[in-house]
Design a protein around this ligand. Structure first.
Ligand code: DX5
Ligand code: ZN
Length: 235
């Protein structure tokens, strides 16, 4: 995988990396245990993938599960909304305990207003971009952004392969945020594992979602630690 220029590495080493295991790949029959292992392993956030069967060809869960997870973990819930008309769910998800709500630019024609509403509800506001969506989709709302999620697979399913071209997009996103002196964290989601995380970090990402890598590991805590270690390695 291509390495990022050393100037980018210097910038990213100064920002701490966050690891966000994705619940999508956890064993729902033992959700409580999985959540506990994430906490013990030092996860920073929990990533919660909400899918509506319309924006993406898969269905997952909604407010009830967010509320249940919130009750049994102290970790901030990073809710990734792969849904059309996301504003229909803002109030319920905020009440259920979401810390971050991220909506897709492709499903949010009134992006600025929608981000403002999320922040009004006391949550951090994020925008996700599919692999085929240019960074320019968020250029006009950088002031309203707490998080930019660059999808490194096409959303809908866990366990897919990281799209290599994403590295270049992550590096450009980093530059765009730095040039605008944006407070937004840069998150990557899809195919993040031991083979891809260091390059994504070197390209400038701050938050790393990992589903399959964490929950298919024999030792969840050790896997989180291994991923974190790789974010600290020089590319
Ligand atoms: C994909 C989801 C991801 C998914 C990541 O649509 O947004 O959060 O759970 O899973 P992995 O890490 O297995 O690619
Ligand atoms: Zn996700």
């Amino acid at each position: 995988m291509a390495a990022a220029p050393s100037s980018l590495i210097a910038v990213t080493q100064a920002r701490s990396a966050k690891i966000a295991p994705s619940l999508l790949s956890s064993d729902f029959a033992q959700l409580g245990t999985d959540l506990q292992r994430c906490e013990e392993g030092g996860a920073d956030w929990l990533h919660v993938d909400v899918m509506d069967g319309c924006f993406v060809p898969n269905l997952t869960f909604g407010a009830k599960v967010i509320e249940t997870v919130h009750r049994v973990t102290k970790l901030p819930l990073d809710v990734h909304m792969m849904v059309v008309e996301p504003e229909k769910y803002f109030d319920d998800f905020a009440k259920a305990g979401a810390a971050v709500m991220t909506i897709h630019a492709e499903a949010a024609p009134h992006l600025q207003r929608q981000l403002a509403r999320i922040r009004e509800l006391g949550c951090k506001a994020g925008v996700a971009l599919n692999p085929g969506t240019p960074l320019s989709a968020v250029e006009e709302v950088l002031d309203d952004l707490d998080l930019l999620l660059v999808m490194t697979v096409n959303p809908g399913f866990g366990g897919q392969q990281f799209i290599p071209h994403s590295l270049d997009k992550i590096a450009r996103a980093r530059r765009m945020l730095d040039e605008a002196q944006s407070r937004a964290l840069l998150e990557v989601d899809g195919g993040i594992n031991r083979a891809t995380i260091a390059a994504a970090r070197a390209a400038g990402a701050d938050v790393f979602v990992a589903g399959n890598a964490v929950f298919t590991a024999r030792d969840v805590s050790a896997e989180i630690a291994a991923l974190r270690q790789l974010t600290m390695a020089r590319a």
